[in-house]
Design a protein around this ligand. Structure first.
Ligand SMILES: Cc1cc2nc3c(=O)[nH]c(=O)nc-3n(C[C@H](O)[C@H](O)[C@H](O)COP(=O)(O)OP(=O)(O)OC[C@H]3O[C@@H](n4cnc5c(N)ncnc54)[C@H](O)[C@@H]3O)c2cc1C
Length: 539
């Protein structure tokens, strides 16, 4: 055991949420804050160039985890990228800035016991975060830390995609985070000045010189220390060392380790379902059945079409094109390097009776982003579709008492057959969009699943071979009513039955929003800061 440092607040996990918390809590120079992050710094240029995303999902800045075999996907094991770097997911993600539907948050508040989290109550936190480069209205703010802007160098195929949608009756939408969510259009992106606006860049960097904020990278928290029902600190190991140091928090320990990391750390600390803890040999400190339950995620099915010419970014796989792209970016801050590759998309209905769109599309400006397609002369274009409100629920569990072992991630995709049906309807729509006349100038022929793949069995085989995560896990430390059996945190984000311990990240969301999850996570952290500082009503 090493030194005993003492802070007011210890934030564990310097990801999308953790960096927001570090910024907001340390704004008061009287408050001593420690931020602990298992990953390293974000110095590598790929983290900052918008196009760096495509190179990162399989490599740097991630834990290297996979799912357990998925029973309803023919036991396939899916790669499950989760961030391990300062800024977390916001440093490695596709930078798509979406919030979901107003009805998502109203469902949190009215159906899930998350009092205080209705759309009307969370909207001010979305706006407070924003430095929106285009909008200033009832839905958007500017002057906040997080850069949000429109794509810089869209390609002509994007406009044809919008027209194709309109040919099918799907309208153009200029702002998915405004009055209406439905339609196809340009995403806004977490970028500022042609660079990624991660929470490490937007929130942490401007706060890092504060003397009351200490940031420790490459520092893995192995356990929350609880004495007499109160979290009093954490034990950490630095740079893979086997010796453990103890850090002391006089006010609170706040977990922001993400939808996998936060339940894992609670379980490692003996806080969770008692049977599971006994099974893996972790002493039960505080039984809490909901920890690691209620895992929800968006499963993605995609179609890939071959293009009639060099209409996407596939050609930049060739060296001379790549060199030109690099130069274009350096000189003009434009071109492919300034693109996150997923800049257009939208929301529509698989179930026409749904209360808000239940399918999301992402148009990928290339074919190489998804594995499994043979190379094509002029490259291709990808249209991803994901069902947004899954009924299936999965789990995160410890594999063993070894604190460094990867967690057992079981999203349990398609356990509910309804999810499969709605996902297939989303894929059907995606394929139909690609076949519309407006795209005929750009799209030659569908290569995946392939025009001949039509029948239910063939489609199921295709899905089992190619489905992937959209990286939106939530729900594993869910907010709920204080007396509900599966509640992990109360609406003020305090862990049920313990003092001095909160969770504030994607894991607290009781239902996955109908969108990507970075902006909702940042909102959670913004509101968490106010709850922690006793200012929640001021928003
Ligand atoms: C590849 C990818 C693409 C995505 N694309 C988009 C997108 O385009 N738009 C969008 O809105 N969302 C996207 N998402 C999702 C979004 O980024 C996440 O929902 C969001 O980052 C979650 O934030 P978080 O703070 O909950 O967790 P994270 O951002 O994952 O942060 C958790 C942090 O805690 C650290 N940590 C974990 N355990 C410990 C421990 N024991 N000790 C110390 N540190 C620990 C981790 O290293 C990590 O840095 C994507 C995610 C991924 C992975």
């Amino acid at each position: 055991m090493g030194t005993h440092d003492s802070y007011d607040f210890i934030i564990v996990g310097g990801g999308s949420a953790g960096c927001v918390l570090a910024h907001r809590l340390s704004a008061d120079p009287q408050i001593k804050v420690l931020l602990l992050e298992a990953g390293g710094a974000d110095r590598h240029p790929l983290y900052h160039l918008p196009a760096g995303f495509a190179k990162m999902t399989k490599g740097i800045g991630a834990w290297g985890w996979s799912t357990v075999p998925q029973r309803h996907l023919k036991n396939r094991v899916l790669r499950y990228t989760q961030a391990k770097v300062i800024g977390g997911g916001s440093t490695i993600n596709a930078q798509i800035y979406t919030r979901g539907a107003a009805a998502d948050y109203d469902a949190w508040a009215h159906d899930c016991g998350a009092t205080g989290w209705s759309y009307r109550e969370v909207l001010p936190y979305f706006k407070r975060a924003e430095n929106n480069q285009r909008y200033a209205n009832a839905y958007h703010g500017y002057g906040g830390p997080l850069g949000v802007s429109n794509p810089i160098s869209p390609l002509p195929i994007c406009e044809a995609f919008f027209q194709a949608g309109q040919e099918l009756g799907i309208p153009f939408n200029a702002d998915f985070n405004g009055e209406r969510q439905e339609g196809l259009g340009y995403y806004q992106l977490t970028q500022f000045n042609a660079r990624r606006s991660s929470t490490a860049v937007a929130y942490l960097a401007p706060a890092q010189s504060r003397r009351n904020l200490v940031v420790r990278l490459n520092t893995y928290t192995v356990r929350v220390v609880v004495e007499q029902g109160r979290a009093i600190g954490v034990e950490v190991a630095t740079n893979g060392s086997s010796s453990v140091e103890r850090m002391h928090a006089s006010r609170e320990v706040i977990l922001a380790c993400g939808a996998m990391g936060s339940p894992k750390l609670l379980l490692q600390s003996g806080i969770g379902p008692a049977d599971h803890l006994r099974e893996v040999g972790v002493p039960v400190l505080h039984p809490l059945p909901g920890v690691g339950e209620n895992l929800q995620d968006h499963l993605d099915l995609f179609a890939i079409a071959e293009c009639t010419g060099d209409h996407t970014y596939d050609r930049y796989n060739r060296l001379h094109h790549a060199a030109w792209a690099g130069l274009q970016y350096l000189l003009f801050k434009r071109g492919p390097v300034a693109s996150s590759l997923f800049e257009t998309g939208g929301f529509w209905y698989a179930d026409r009776a749904a209360r808000s769109p239940d399918i999301q599309f992402h148009l990928g400006l290339g074919s190489g982003i998804e594995a499994g397609v043979a190379s094509m002369l002029h490259g291709g274009v990808t249209l991803n579709s994901a069902h947004l409100r899954p009924h299936s629920r999965g789990t995160v569990r410890l594999a063993s008492a070894d604190l460094r072992a990867a967690p057992l991630i079981d999203p349990n995709y398609w356990a509910e057959p309804r999810d499969r049906e709605l996902a297939f309807e989303g894929l059907r729509l995606a394929r139909e969009i690609l076949r519309q006349p407006a795209l005929a100038r750009f799209v030659k022929v569908e290569r995946l699943p392939g025009v001949e793949v039509r029948g239910a069995t063939e489609l199921f085989d295709y899905a089992c071979a190619h489905a992937k995560t959209d990286h939106h896990p939530v729900g594993t430390c869910r907010i709920g009513a204080p007396d509900a059996s599966d509640t992990v945190v109360t609406p003020d984000l305090c862990v049920v039955g313990l003092q001095g311990l909160r969770v504030a990240d994607a894991s607290v969301m009781p239902l996955v929003p109908s969108s990507n999850t970075n902006a909702p996570t940042i909102m959670v952290a913004e509101k968490a800061a106010d709850l922690i500082l006793g200012r929640a009503a001021a928003a």
